[in-house]
Design a protein around this ligand. Structure first.
Ligand code: NAD
Length: 481
């Protein structure tokens, strides 16, 4: 049994959950402890007690810890990618990319720990100077989803520690394996006891505890919009001071394909953006907004390409699309496929569940492509979070832009065009936190800001040096000598 890590000790859970391989549901990866509410409170207490020491640690101490974690994650890339693919169902190549990114994030924030900026300004008052410094926020609760089992924890834990905060980390219940492996690495990296704590378990059991406790100064959450709203409400209405909070939630990301697009580029962007990672990415290109002049050629090429993608065991090197993460998510995907048909969309490819692949029982689903859809359909308004994409045919670039922006979400948006003028126009006008020109809407660099607008995100950006906005508290000091 893999245990929780609280106050520098490995602690038995109050119960345990099985971690099951979605590529072969007979394969139980292991038993993982589930923390009780009392244990979650212990973790908060430990993080609170450890705060003064870690906040006072030198930048070099923090940098050394983060650098060591990044080095070990990188050195164990193959093993960690195998575990990630096994527990989440992400194809091995993508899983390897994710682990690499996690290592890079720790290295990046090792550097940032040594570069915490400040400002010194002249005051409007004679002789006075004004100093602007950044201090740790305090204890940070970190709550993560299942679809990036190591990268999302990395991009929250690394900056939290770099800027001198202490951490209580609750990973998604479906993927405790990668989280536990990362916690085990952190437990040997030289952190004072209590600085980093792992509490595995279900959101409905311990999530609220991690938000309500007044010793928690800040909450960083990535997950669904519905849970995000609850997190926000609790952070604002809890007893005592409100918690600072940051939310990264869903997407309904458009990829616009204009008449002048390079067809091969457009199809590659759409296939990668919509289906890689089994479409289980907040940045997935779930709406393909295609102008009339290229529409038929685009759809024909998409169907041809989709027929070549191997669906199978995530750890099989030939697999491009692994299984859906679990039975519940598969049901949700199939429900939306049924809804799309009822709404009058045409299923141009795929959409069938496969009970088994190569004799293995798993949650397999053929990638689905809808055509003949309108942007008003539920399949184009609600996040499905599976390998399901819709083509929305539009007259021209003006309609494409209007449709692309007609959504509650605003995480990522893309355009495929060979026109510099159109690229500049869409870059300016797309209402999203991230804009991709001739690139998939998913797949981002680790050293630059990540996040969205509208219903996709709330609060400061994650990653890159912009992460400091959330993980530090600004102090303005007036000094009259
Ligand atoms: P989810 O909202 O079900 O769960 C996310 C986390 O919240 C889990 O750790 C869960 O245990 C916890 N949780 C559940 N109820 C809680 C509560 N009442 N209080 C506190 N915590 C609670 O999301 P999921 O199904 O794990 O992930 C899929 C979602 O995540 C999708 O909507 C996807 O778009 C989103 N996502 C967004 C981004 C982004 O950066 N915008 C990145 C990845 C995933």
């Amino acid at each position: 049994m893999r245990r929780n890590y609280i106050g520098g000790k490995w602690i038995e859970g109050s119960s345990a959950g099985e971690n099951i391989n979605p590529s072969d549901t007979r394969d139980v990866i292991g038993l993982y402890a589930r923390a009780s509410q009392a244990q979650a409170l212990d973790a908060i207490g430990a993080a609170h007690a450890a705060l003064p020491k870690w906040a006072a640690a030198t930048p070099q101490q923090r940098a050394d810890v983060l650098d060591a974690v990044g080095s070990e994650v990188a050195a164990r890339k193959a093993e960690l990618a195998d575990l990630l693919a096994r527990e989440e169902g992400k194809a091995l190549a993508d899983a390897t990319g994710e682990v690499t990114r996690a290592a890079q994030i720790f290295k990046f924030f090792a550097g940032e720990a040594l570069r915490i900026p400040g400002e010194l300004l002249a005051s409007t008052r004679p002789g006075m100077s004004v100093e602007i410094t950044r201090e740790p926020v305090g204890v940070v609760s970190i709550i993560t989803p299942w679809n990036f089992p190591i990268a999302i924890p990395a991009w929250k834990i690394a900056p939290a520690l770099a800027y001198g905060n202490t951490v209580v980390f609750k990973p998604a219940e479906l993927v405790p394996g990668s989280a536990w492996a990362l916690a085990e690495i952190l437990s040997r990296a030289g952190l004072p006891a209590g600085t980093f704590n792992l509490v595995m378990g279900r959101g409905r059991d311990i999530g609220d505890t991690l938000l309500q406790d007044p010793r928690v100064a800040a909450v960083t959450f990535t997950g669904s919009e519905a849970t995000g709203r609850k997190v926000a409400a609790t952070c604002v209405t809890r007893r005592g001071a409100m918690a600072k909070f940051q939310l990264e939630m869903g997407g309904k990301n458009p990829l616009v394909v204009l008449d002048d697009a390079d067809l091969d580029v457009a199809v590659s962007c759409a296939v990668n953006g919509a289906y890689f990672g089994t479409g289980q990415r907040c940045t997935a290109s779930s709406r393909l907004v295609v102008s009339a002049g290229i529409h038929d050629r685009f759809v024909a090429a998409m169907v041809d390409r989709l027929a070549t993608l191997k669906v199978g065991d995530a750890r099989n090197p030939g697999t491009v699309i692994g299984p859906v993460v679990d039975a519940q998510q598969l049901r949700q995907d199939l429900d939306y496929i049924a809804i799309g048909r009822e709404e009058g969309a045409t299923l141009a490819f795929g959409g069938q569940a496969l009970q088994s692949v190569d004799g293995q029982p798993g949650h397999y689903l053929q990638p689905a492509l809808f055509t003949g859809t309108s942007n008003a359909m539920r399949i184009n308004r609600e996040e499905i979070f599976g390998p399901v994409a819709s083509v929305i045919r539009v007259r021209d670039a003006d309609e494409a832009l209007a449709v692309a922006n007609d959504t509650e979400f605003g995480l990522s948006a893309g355009v495929c065009t060979t026109s510099l003028r159109m690229a500049a126009h869409f870059k300016r006008e797309l209402q999203a936190g991230m804009v991709m020109v001739n690139a998939p809407t998913a797949g981002v660099d680790a050293h630059v800001p990540f996040g969205g607008r509208k219903g996709s995100s709330y609060g400061p950006r994650e990653q890159g040096r912009h992460a400091a906005e959330f993980y530090t508290s600004v102090k303005t000091t007036y000094l009259q000598p």
